[in-house]
Design a protein around this ligand. Structure first.
Ligand code: FAD
Length: 343
């Protein structure tokens, strides 16, 4: 394997029903900075049926060029057909780095491609950088139960590949004036040769708290003491129109369902405002919320690690501070024509 044949940073642009997944746009932002450091082009590659028009969006979000494989067999994601497309592109164009969103389809595709190309894959990455001299991707993720951050290198194979958690990287502001190249590729795919058939798509209609999309989150920890006190978290959230989250300890105590857990084994969130109340700030929790725009921590221990990532810290007893906040927010709350504001 001649490493000099490999050049460029690539991002898998995942689309579902013609809509690009947010994580792919975030990865274009991360990929842009890697490509600039390496002084190579950033490319997006997109597969699907009737998806050519999405290429301009990929360019607007930072790509220099977009590889498109548009084929009826690629209408729905299937490992076999998508893998064929990606292998075709990777073997023909030899990118040195390929990034995928750590979504169910992104993880499935990346692992199948890695096996076929006989290369490495770092899963669930939360930080990316590059060693420019050695041209090595530095893909970091929590390891050993989250007690350390491990930086994983792929020294002997190409392309270097990683899946990256949604909401960890930041998308660039789209610039519709950017110019880029669109390269259409044809591959031979026959429906009758596909081993899996999509018979029906059933959408999940269960009502879920979508923490990942919340603008304001009130997150409570074990420091709330018991389920009854935890109601203060719900009350504060309701008063300010926020979503409720919890730490793993809270979920294990049965105060909240798992879908409301924030952290390494829960949701990664990036709200505008994140209240961390009675939360110590263990690394496994912090990796899931540290990219929030503004973090307000309330903890009675002034040395709690949560204060290291907080924008504002309040040292004190949550049982006194949270009721005072609720009262204050209620007194400031005004409602006009259905719009709630605080003045
Ligand atoms: C593999 C693995 C994965 C994990 N994944 C996750 C995950 O996804 N998410 C997650 O959250 N954790 C996760 N954990 C657990 C994590 O390590 C911590 O144990 C957990 O985050 C601690 O939760 P906590 O902050 O609620 O509780 P504690 O660590 O017990 O902290 C409670 C805090 O409340 C403060 N406090 C107590 N009383 C009051 C009061 N009256 N007023 C104000 N403050 C008060 C205390 O000073 C303390 O700082 C994981 C662990 C492992 C090993």
């Amino acid at each position: 394997m001649n490493f000099d044949d490999y050049c460029g940073v690539w991002v898998f642009i995942e689309q579902n029903d013609g809509k690009i997944e947010g994580v792919s746009l975030e990865l274009l932002g991360a990929g842009r900075s890697l490509a600039d450091k390496l002084q190579v082009p950033l490319s997006g590659f997109i597969l699907g049926d009737g998806i050519r028009s999405l290429a301009s969006q990929v360019i607007a979000y930072g790509a220099d060029q977009v590889y498109v494989i548009d084929h009826p067999v690629l209408k729905h994601y299937r490992t076999e057909s998508y893998m064929k497309g990606v292998i075709h592109l990777a073997q023909n164009y030899k990118p040195e780095i390929i990034l995928y969103g750590a979504t169910p389809n992104g993880k499935d595709l990346a692992s199948a491609v890695a096996t076929d190309l006989n290369t490495g894959l770092t899963a669930d990455t939360t930080m990316l950088d590059v060693d420019v001299d050695k041209r090595l991707l530095e893909a970091s993720r929590p390891a050993f139960g989250g007690n350390i951050m491990a930086t994983i290198l792929c020294k002997k194979h190409r392309p270097q590949m990683a899946t990256v958690r949604p909401k960890v990287m930041k998308a660039l502001a789209p610039d519709s004036g950017r110019n880029g190249k669109v390269i259409e590729e044809n591959i031979s795919l026959k429906e009758e040769e596909m081993r899996t058939k999509v018979l029906q798509i059933v959408n999940d209609v269960t009502k879920k708290t979508n923490l990942a999309d919340a603008h304001v989150i009130v997150c409570g920890g074990k420091g709330m003491g018991d389920l009854q006190n935890f109601q203060l978290i719900h009350e504060l959230a309701e008063t300010i129109g926020a979503s409720v989250g919890g730490t793993r300890d809270v979920v294990e105590a049965g105060w909240l369902p798992h879908e409301q857990q924030v952290g390494q084994t829960g949701e990664t969130v990036t709200p505008k405002i994140y209240f961390a109340i009675g939360i110590s700030g263990a690394i496994q929790h912090v990796v899931g919320m540290k990219n929030s725009e503004l973090i307000i921590a309330i903890n009675k221990d002034p040395n709690a690690p949560i204060f290291d990532v907080a924008t504002y810290g309040i040292v004190g007893d949550a049982m006194e501070i949270v009721p005072a906040l609720i009262e204050q927010f209620k007194s400031l709350r005004t409602e006009k024509g259905g719009e709630v504001s605080y003045v």
